[in-house]
Design a binder for this molecule. Structure first.
Ligand code: V47
Length: 402
C-alpha cells in the first residue's frame, strides 16, 4: 500500500531546504494535518454501480486509479458512492479540515494578444472595456488583513518585462507580509516569446523581487485537439508543464487547474489530471488543483453551465485521480456558493479565498458575490460539517475555527 503521508513528508522537506525566507516555507504535513489523519477507517459504502466496485477496492488499498477508472467516475449515476469514496480519500490528506485564505485577486490589465475562445475577459487595445491599471491602483488591492495576493492578467502587447518586475517589487515592498502568487505559466511563456526572457531567468528575477508562488491558470485542457480548437497561440501542454517543472526546481510552489465543461471529452479531462499527477510525482511542487467550471458568459461554447451533479463528480474524480496533491479547491466563484459548499463532501478540502476584486470569472457573468468575508467562509465550511482552517498561500495554518 502506498503510504501517502510519508511521501509528502519527504517532498516537503526537500522544498523547505530550498526556501529562502520564513514566509516562503511551505506547509509541512504536520501543519496541514496529514500526519494526524494518514490512516482513516474506510466506511461501508453501498455501491449500486458495479463499475465502481473495483475502483473502491483500489481506493481502499491505496492503489492508483487508471484513466479508465477516472472516466467511470465521471460517467456513473452512483453519485453518493463517488462522494463517499472521494471523502474517504480527502480525509487521508486533511481529516475534516477545510482551508481558506484571506486573499485578493489583482488583474492588472485585460488587454491581451491572445484570442482564447472561452474567455470573456480579454480585450484588444482600444476596445470598449479595455483597461490598464496604474501602479497606484494595483497597490490599492493590498487593503485589509489579506495574506495572499493573486496576480494574473492579459498578455499585454507593449508592457515591458521590467514593468512586471517593478509591479512585483512595489507590491512586495508595500506589504512584505502578503504572499504574492503571480503569473500563470502562459504569462511566463509570453515573457519569453515577447521579450526573450527565458522562464529560468524571469522566475529568478520575480522571486528575488518578492514572488512567493505561482497560480495554476492557463492549463485549460492538455489536449492537442482542444488546443487547436480553443486556444491557438497559447502555451501548449508540454510548455505549461515545463514551466511548472522549472518553477518547482527553483523552490517555487504552484497550483494547477483544469478548465472543464465546454467541448472537452471525459477522457480528455482525465488525461489532463494524469499528466498533472505525473509531474507531481516528479517534483512534489503542486499545492492545489482548482477545477474551473467553464462559465458560459457571452462565449457560449455550450448553451448551459455544467449541472451541479457533474461539478461534484468532477471534484470527486480530481481528488481520487490526483492522489499526490494536497488540496482540491471547490472554487465558489465559478461553482456558486451552494455547489461549492456541497463540494466539501465530494473530496474538496479548500474553498480558496475571500477574493475581493476578482474580474475574470465575473466578466463571464459568474453570479456569486465579488467577495465574501471571512465570516461567510467559516460559516459555509461549518455548514458542511467541516472544520474551517484559515491558511496562508503556502498552506501553513493560521487559525483553526473549532
Ligand atoms: O486560466 C477564462 C479560466 C483561469 C473562463 O491558482 C475561465 O489558486 C471559466 O486560474 N470560464 C484563471 N474559466 C483563473 C485561475 C485561478 C482561479 C482561482 C485560483 C487559482 C489558483 C487560479 O480562468 C484561466 C482560464 O482557465 N477562464 N475564461 C470562463 N469563461
Amino acid at each position: 500500500m502506498r503510504d501517502f503521508a510519508f511521501t509528502v513528508i519527504q517532498e516537503s522537506d526537500s522544498y523547505m531546504a530550498m526556501a529562502t525566507t520564513v514566509e516562503d516555507v511551505a506547509a509541512t504535513p504536520e501543519t496541514i494535518g496529514v500526519a494526524d489523519n494518514g490512516h482513516v477507517e474506510a466506511p461501508d459504502i453501498l455501491i449500486s454501480d458495479p463499475d465502481l466496485e473495483s475502483i473502491w477496492e483500489k481506493v481502499k488499498h491505496g492503489e492508483r486509479l487508471s484513466a479508465e477508472d477516472g472516466v467511470k467516475i465521471l460517467e456513473t449515476e452512483d453519485f453518493s458512492a463517488v462522494g463517499l469514496m472521494a471523502d474517504y480519500k480527502k480525509r487521508q490528506f486533511s481529516g475534516d479540515k477545510v482551508y481558506f485564505v484571506l486573499n485578493r485577486h489583482l488583474n492588472p490589465t485585460n488587454i491581451c494578444v491572445l484570442s482564447c475562445k472561452f474567455c470573456d475577459y480579454a480585450k484588444k487595445p482600444g476596445a470598449e472595456g479595455a483597461y490598464e491599471m496604474s501602479m497606484e491602483e494595483m497597490l490599492d488591492h493590498l487593503d485589509g488583513d489579506i495574506r495572499e495576493l493573486h496576480v494574473v492578467g492579459g498578455h499585454h502587447p507593449t508592457w515591458p518585462f521590467e514593468f512586471y518586475v517593478d509591479m512585483i517589487r512595489e507590491l512586495h515592498n508595500a506589504r512584505p507580509d502578503v504572499q504574492i502568487k503571480a503569473f500563470t505559466a502562459s504569462e511566463i511563456d509570453y515573457f519569453w516569446r515577447r521579450w526573450k526572457v527565458p522562464p529560468e531567468e524571469s522566475l529568478a528575477i520575480f522571486k528575488e523581487a518578492g514572488l512567493s508562488s505561482m497560480p495554476g491558470g492557463g492549463a485549460e485542457v492538455f489536449s492537442d485537439r482542444i488546443h487547436k480548437l480553443l486556444l491557438p497561440g497559447k502555451a501548449k501542454a508540454d510548455r505549461w508543464l515545463e514551466i511548472h517543472r522549472i518553477a518547482h526546481g527553483m523552490g517555487i510552489k504552484s497550483n494547477c487547474t483544469i478548465l472543464y465543461g465546454h467541448v472537452e471529452t471525459f477522457r480528455e479531462r482525465i488525461d489532463h489530471l494524469i499528466l498533472l499527477r505525473e509531474l507531481q510525482d516528479e517534483t512534489g511542487g503542486f499545492l492545489a488543483l482548482i477545477p474551473l467550471e467553464y462559465q458560459v458568459g457571452y462565449t457560449k461554447l455550450r448553451p448551459r453551465h455544467t449541472p451541479p451533479m457533474d461539478d461534484l463528480k468532477m471534484l470527486a474524480a480530481s481528488r481520487l485521480i490526483l492522489d499526490n496533491v494536497l488540496a482540491i479547491k471547490s472554487y465558489w466563484v465559478m461553482l456558486g456558493e451552494a455547489t461549492a459548499g456541497m463540494g466539501l463532501n465530494f473530496g474538496a478540502n479548500d474553498l480558496d479565498g475571500t477574493i475581493g476584486k476578482e474580474r475574470i470569472a465575473h466578466a463571464a457573468l459568474a453570479d456569486s458575490p465579488a467577495g465574501i468575508a471571512r465570516r461567510n467562509m467559516v460559516a459555509s465550511i461549518k455548514d458542511a460539517g467541516r472544520i474551517p482552517v484559515e491558511r496562508d498561500a503556502l498552506y501553513n495554518e493560521i487559525t483553526v475555527y473549532n
